[in-house]
Design a protein around this ligand. Sequence first.
Ligand SMILES: [Zn+2]
Length: 218
Amino acid sequence: MLPIILKLKIMTTAMAGWTAAVAPVPLPAEALATAVAGTTAMPVEVSLYDENDHQTGTIAIWRDGATDDATKADVKRLFRCRSTHRQKMIAQKTLAMLADVADHYPGKTIEYVSAFRLRNSSGDSESSTSPHRDGRAIDFRIRGVQLRDIRDYVWRTYSDVGVGWYPSEQFVHIDTRPGIHDTSWTFLRGVNHYHPFWSEVARDPALAARLAARGYRS
Ligand SMILES: [Zn+2]
């Protein structure tokens, strides 16, 4: 595995919190050769917008979710718990999924609401089984992309995941849960509705096609 020589580009805003911009470092010959060989050998540039602090930045993540040490420090800080300011590294599988989502919607920015957290927005302690508490979950939206589209893409592409749709709050929750069965839900009026119809449709192309022909949209 090549180290990430492509230095992450953090665009600082006037506000504190993000690391100072770092001058790009030239690629060593072998990395350059790989880069020329194909874009799949390159890390994905994930453009981020912090919904809480209203700041933007870009991090580089390999397709398998690996990052270099500097990026790890940035990931921990960016996705820190909002109420306690505690930091935890986000799971590699979750970062891989995030990189894939970023790659699937090129030129778009991931606007994230919450990732690692010890308390939720109401101030209640996050449950011990929460994927957020374990650093495996991210809540986000992508401006210009339907939440439905993101939701269905992740659900039909991955297994060992949790995907939650929050239409009122306007975000999608994604998490990785190795060894735990897939879980899908829609959050409506304070309640999780598990195994919603959209999750059936998203994994059944024939059903999706039949419904689309009738103008139905899950
Ligand atoms: Zn969530």
